[in-house]
Design a binder for this molecule. Structure first.
Ligand code: HEM
Length: 157
């Protein structure tokens, strides 16, 4: 599997689709999903973007748990994240959560790298893994909210 990362383009509409419930089944249902997200957050904790997250382990674990509940629901498991959104549409709420942080393309690539590392150890139908990856690649573009300033350098003015 190639774990392709497509580039975020500022202002471009992002067409994404939620992961197939078949991925959820293949990863081992709720228990398997919890394991995957646990592994992912262990990797995040040691990554170059760990500074985005709480340094205190208890607070960090709380975020990891919320994220896990989100992914369980997103992938077709029980709706255990729903009440967090205060009635807001899940995708809109998720984008809003990330707006509190300044997330550039570089951080997104690192985040995806952590997800790749967590996913790599799973043996399953590559098509299902690719389906989940595609969601991560696309949706993560919507969390990017910091773009390089276009500067025109003209030495004669
Ligand atoms: C597919 C893409 C992504 C999804 C589905 C996702 C999902 C989530 C979820 C569910 C939470 C917990 C929200 C809550 O508190 O209830 C969260 C928090 C967070 N995510 Fe993401 N995320 C994604 C990409 C990213 C990326 C690319 C970054 C880059 C740094 C990032 C950084 C964070 C941070 C900093 C927090 C909050 C930590 C805090 O509240 O202290 N996320 N994310």
């Amino acid at each position: 599997m190639s774990y392709e990362i497509t580039k975020t383009v500022e202002g471009e509409e992002v067409d994404f689709k939620n992961p197939s419930p078949k991925f959820y089944e293949a990863v081992g249902g709720e228990k398997g999903m919890r394991e995957l997200m646990h592994n992912f957050y262990e990797i995040i904790y040691k990554s170059d973007i760990s500074n985005f997250f709480p340094q205190d382990k208890e607070a960090f674990d709380e975020i990891a748990l919320k994220n896990t509940n989100f992914f369980v629901q997103l992938c077709g498991g029980p709706k255990i994240y729903e009440e967090e959104t205060g009635g807001m549409d899940l995708d809109t709420y998720m984008i809003r959560i990330h707006d509190d942080f300044s997330i550039a393309e570089k951080a997104r690539i690192e985040w995806l790298g952590c997800m790749r590392e967590a996913l790599e150890s799973y043996e399953m139908d590559e098509e299902l893994k690719a389906d989940f990856w595609d969601y991560c690649d696309k949706f993560s573009k919507l969390t990017v909210n910091s773009f390089p300033q276009k500067r025109e350098f003209n030495p004669y003015h």
